[in-house]
Design a protein around this ligand. Sequence first.
Ligand code: NDP
Length: 416
Amino acid sequence: MTQPNVLIIGAGGVAQVVAHKCAMANDVFGEIHIASRTKEKCDAIAGSVAEKGSFKRDAVLHTHALDALDSDAVAKLIRNADIQIVINVGSPFVNMSVMDACIQTGTHYLDTAIYEDPTKICEAPPWYENYEWKKRDAFKRAGATAILGVGFDPGVVNAYARLGVEYFDTDTVTDIDIIDINAGSHGKYFATNFDPEINFREFTGVVYSWQNRAWQTNQMFEVKRTDDLPVVGVQNSYLSGHDELHSLHKNLNVPNIRFWMGFGEHYMNVFGVLKNLGLLSEQPVKTAEGLEVVPLKVVKAVLPDPSSLAPNYKGKTCIGNKVKGKKDGVDGEIFIYNIADHEEAYSEVGSQGISYTAGVPPVAAAILIATGEWNVGTMVNVEELDARPFINLLNQMGLPTRITDKDGDRLLEFAV
Ligand code: NDP
């Protein structure tokens, strides 16, 4: 594909990173567009890209107002701007309508989070089967590639899971534990690192994990583990439900796949109070004045905008997979991971580390669609694709992957 035009949907913290990284790769891409509900946010991102001089070749970021829930409007913009690749980093509520527009126009599609129905929380597994996977045949018929959940987690950790399975002897991997630690500090009393509404929705329901080849349920903060991790040191994390489990359990033959999220005591206390008061509910309530409000949306409205945390964020993140299996017949465990730095992300693209880790991978994936390596002409989750070109590209784009195994700790790269 020669220099595909790209449309970024959404103008939040992740979109800011996607825009900068697309600009840095505009020798691979053609025209780059960004569209969101609030056009001023797109214009601010275009300003940041221009100010930092991110474009590799002289260009401008084209900005548009768009309601991404209106699939005809999305399709119209795709046609008018002659778009070949859509990177959807808007809210997960818009996934299905954006996908419909891509199917209508035969456009490649990437996103970083599973679809969410605003009225439901923590849907029954496998979640992808309820929504995205229903559109696989339509993508195939349209000859378009759709790569689901290609942020960091989900996304890069799915590639790590596949690499872990390939590292060990065939069918010997027993456990994949995905661990997400943010050891950074933003200096606010309380804030979430990405959209508060989506962040809370992840943790208010039941926790699904894949254990002994079956779905197991737990309560949030019920099961804890402690690990001594590279750079960030000793950290607690809690068994959590997460997107990637809903595809990995099907695509990899591994009996135990769990997701662990690190939380500080303070986050857990505030979360507990908000939840117990009913302020994290997605169901509308009526005030005495007759005003109908969704408590969760009110909490979102009063909390800091995640992208506003970037200038003062300090510290590092460590996200990776512990994988257990047999190597040459002997039991072993490896850790495949990335360390990202909030301050480095801010100085490079004006964003905090969580947005950075989520925003770089979809751009790497878009490059691999453009080069043909990941242009598979159907819908896939990341673990269904060859992880090696992706990992090599991320190493060059600011998200290096390291591996700790019996041979020590080192950068993970593959011969081409
Ligand atoms: P933000 O809330 O900062 O940004 C979301 C953007 O989507 C906003 O600009 C919002 O517009 C826009 N939007 C919402 N609804 C519509 C609509 N109907 N039409 C057009 N635009 C709309 O979120 P983040 O940038 O933090 O996250 C973006 C995505 O990345 C989310 O899906 C999130 O779950 C995912 N994510 C994935 C991670 C990963 O590692 N896989 C990690 C972190 C996030 P407005 O400004 O008007 O509200």
